[in-house]
Design a binder for this molecule. Structure first.
Ligand code: PEP
Ligand code: MG
Length: 754
């Protein structure tokens, strides 16, 4: 049963379109359950009706014609109840509705299960039999499981548009995909698909400019692979058995037996470029093998895939094809690396979209540095269909529109125009103080991580660096950076901002930020070995970083050190000991250093319940609203499935923040908020209202937030936050803040999305 489930799901996911996907479902279900009829009905999103989309057993003429209103028939009943309905004698049921064109009266038993995707009923899967019987429990369970597994694929296939008989009359609007905001901003442009050599599936279809050149490149690549394989076979002849050597013969036969090569050339002649044609042929052959019942033959699918990758790699270096990059390029890929991003000319690149990753991925960080939007973790991206398509990228809400409708385009064009207008307005506050209309100064700091951020933050006139994430140099190297390297990096930041304070955070890797040369594989990385936990376990790495920080501070005296992911008080004393040791070691080398203020990130909920003790032991506090929200709400901040539940404006989060602000005030401890909330106009208002006097944010938000600070009195913000904490839901809070921003003529700061 499990095997069938896997195979059907795999086949459906690989189907080129909805109609093929539905055919596979219907055929496989009918075969494996040995029923007389299997049909699938999908909901027409415009009229709400259920339309018969595919059937085996009913009259094929009925497909597309049989439509049931939501409250009609047994299909409607399944959808209404959102659960399976299993009937022995369906025609006797009061909701049975007879359609003469289906020839349905002959079937007595009926089992219908809903296909539900994220709470929405997309359709109903039905099996029927002439024989009068109730379907058995395991049959019901099978169909329910299958429907649940297929819901995502059906939702995707539907969203791709062009469905026969369904959604008739709607404009050919494109797909809207949801991901995670990686870098803020909005952009419109043409998709350029990036892929790695190893990722055969991601290769896009693309019209070839010159068929003969493509064919020649392909044949040359095949020839090179053939030579390589022959050489390999010779090379290993001494060390393997003849059986093992024969594996290479299998490969060679696949190249010589002409189907792979011939079919690819045919596809090229039909107009696809060589890599696209190759992908199609390889995928088809892989599919054939994967469908085989014989486990040995099924394994051969991986040989074919491997062969495909080899030819592809050779094809790539055959041409090193010069890519034509459109003027407004949106780089799209399954996994986009920083180097792929760098391959696109800077002036043409307007946005990045990836199926994997999060706001902490290299690409997101780079996108922020470039000031372009990024959307990460997009489910169902299907990159190979995207090349050359018009798109809109909304890095605020994490939405990605493919073939956007004219309405969507107009809406975003308006947003872009407003932004440009607003940016001009923002310039006027650049040299003005960050003080509220009722005279309360709010210090504004920058979050940095790249050297390129620094110039920008200087230009934006901030009060210092509230959070310098030190991960970046660790992430982009192939080993831990040495002490000298680190001294140079930290010195540059400290010097540029001197005498303004610079908060350097110690290494915060683990979680979703893993170092390529120090892989950590964990079931629950966010609850795992991250931040201070990891660095305390590796004093050799930690001491190098601490020493580098202390040395960089010599003569400047504006360094403050911040500890990420603290969840136990003793972690602070452990670090104090290490700082003392680092200072002693440096003193032995003749370098006199000072003990810098040591701060703690408040980002693990436990710290809030011991907040008085943390106030006693730390020199300052920095509230990490990103992680605090994720841990308080138990929502992985990088999981797009639950992205809708992640909200820093949740009243529970606000109530927790209030505890921290109050405690800091009681103890006279400095408190800054450095998570994304500080750079969000709505979040910033609430924080001001709570009494936070320091906000640290990405450089691109600084002027925006200064604008807000100068408009909204702290007394008003305090009223708002008191009301917000009493509210039931984050949506209610957001609505209230939307109204407030409009009232202060800050409506231009409200983004699409949340
Ligand atoms: C936070 O968690 O709010 C924070 C600022 O740190 P990071 O986003 O780097 O985890
Ligand atoms: Mg954090």
């Amino acid at each position: 049963m499990l095997d069938i489930l896997h195979r059907v799901t795999r086949e459906v996911n690989a189907a080129p379109g909805l109609s093929q996907a539905l055919r596979i479902i219907v055929e496989r279900v009918a075969d494996s359950m040995s029923v007389d009829v299997c049909s699938v009905y999908l909901r027409d999103s415009v009229q709400g009706d259920f339309v018969l989309m595919h059937t085996r057993g009913l009259n094929p003429e009925a497909v597309g014609r049989v439509r049931l209103a939501t409250a009609e028939g047994l299909v409607g009943l399944v959808a209404e109840r959102e659960e399976p309905i299993n009937l022995e004698n369906a025609p006797a049921h009061s909701r049975f509705r007879y359609f003469p064109e289906t020839g349905e009266e002959r079937y007595s038993s009926f089992l219908g299960v809903p296909v539900i995707h994220y709470r929405r009923v997309l359709g109903v899967l039905v099996v029927q039999q002439v024989e009068q019987r109730r379907f058995e429990e395991n049959e019901v369970a099978f169909l329910v499981t299958l429907a649940a597994q297929l819901a995502g694929a059906i939702a995707h296939a539907r969203a791709s548009g062009g469905i026969d008989g369904l959604d008739a009359g709607t404009p050919a609007a494109g797909r809207t995909l949801r991901g995670l905001p990686g870098a803020p901003g909005v952009a419109m442009g043409t998709a350029v698909v990036s892929y790695t050599q190893a990722d055969l599936n991601a290769i896009p279809d693309r019209a070839s400019a010159d068929v003969e050149t493509e064919v020649a490149a392909f044949e040359a690549a095949v020839e090179r692979v053939r030579n390589e394989l022959e050489a390999l076979r010779e090379q290993i002849a001494d060390s393997v058995t003849p059986d093992e050597q024969a594996l290479f013969d299998v490969y060679l036969r696949m190249l010589d037996g002409d189907s792979l090569v011939r079919e690819t050339i045919e596809r090229i002649r039909e107009g696809n470029w060589a890599p696209g044609a190759l992908r199609r042929v390889i995928c088809e052959h892989v599919q054939v093998f994967e469908d085989m019942d014989d486990p040995y033959l099924r394994e051969r699918a991986s040989d074919i895939r491997d062969l495909g990758r080899r030819i592809l790699a050779r094809l790539r270096d055959e041409g090193e094809r010069v890519r034509e990059v459109p003027d407004q390029a949106v780089l799209v890929g399954h996994e986009v690396s920083a180097s792929q991003l760098a391959e696109i000319p800077r002036e043409s690149l307007v946005a990045v979209v990836a199926a994997t990753g999060s706001r902490n991925s290299h690409v997101s960080i780079l996108a922020r540095a470039f000031g372009i939007p990024a959307v990460m973790g997009v489910d169902d991206l299907r990159t190979r269909e995207l090349e050359g398509r018009p798109t809109v990228v909304d890095g605020y809400s994490g939405r990605f529109y493919v073939d956007p409708s004219p309405t969507v385009e107009q809406e975003y064009q308006r947003l872009l125009d407003d932004e440009a207008e607003f940016a001009k307005g923002l310039e006027t506050v650049r040299d003005k103080p960050s003080v509220s209309p009722d005279g309360r100064p709010i210090a504004l700091y920058a979050n940095t991580g790249l050297i390129s951020d620094i110039n920008l933050s200087l230009a934006a006139g901030c009060d210092g660096i509230g959070l310098h994430r030190t991960e970046f140099p660790f992430l982009i190297r192939d080993r831990f950076p040495g002490e000298e390297d680190q001294v140079a990096l930290y010195r540059q930041v400290l010097e540029q901002f001197n005498p303004r304070p610079v908060v350097l955070r110690t290494l915060d890797v683990g979680g979703d930020k893993s170092l390529p040369y120090f892989p950590i594989v964990e079931e629950n990385p966010f609850l795992g070995w991250r931040g201070i936990r990891l660095t305390l376990d590796h004093p050799e790495i930690f001491l190098t970083q601490l020493r580098a920080m202390l040395r960089a501070d010599v003569g400047l005296n504006n360094l403050q050190i911040l500890l990420p992911m603290v969840s136990r008080l003793e972690e602070i004393s452990d670090v104090r000991r290490l700082v003392a040791r680092a200072r002693e070691e440096l003193a032995e080398d003749g370098i006199e250093t000072r003990t810098p203020p040591l701060g703690v990130m408040i980002e693990v909920p436990a710290t809030i319940y011991q907040i008085d003790r943390y106030c006693d032991q730390a020199d300052f506090l920095s509230l990490g609203s990103n992680d605090l929200t994720q841990y308080l709400l138990a929502v992985d901040r990088n999981n797009s499935r639950v992205a809708g539940l992640y909200d820093e404006l949740h009243p529970a989060v606000l109530a927790a923040l209030r505890e921290v602000v109050w405690a800091a005030r009681r103890h006279g401890k400095r408190l800054t908020v450095c998570g994304g909330m500080a750079g969000d106009p709505a979040g910033a208002i609430l924080l001001m209202g709570l009494g936070v006097e320091g906000l640290s944010m990405s450089v691109s938000s600084l002027l925006r937030i200064k604008w807000v600070v100068r408009r909204v009195p702290v007394s008003r913000a305090a009223e708002l936050v008191n009301r917000a904490i009493e509210m039931d839901s984050p949506d209610e809070v957001r609505r209230m803040l939307r109204r407030t921003l409009e009232e202060y003529e800050l409506g231009g700061l409200i983004r699409a999305g949340k």
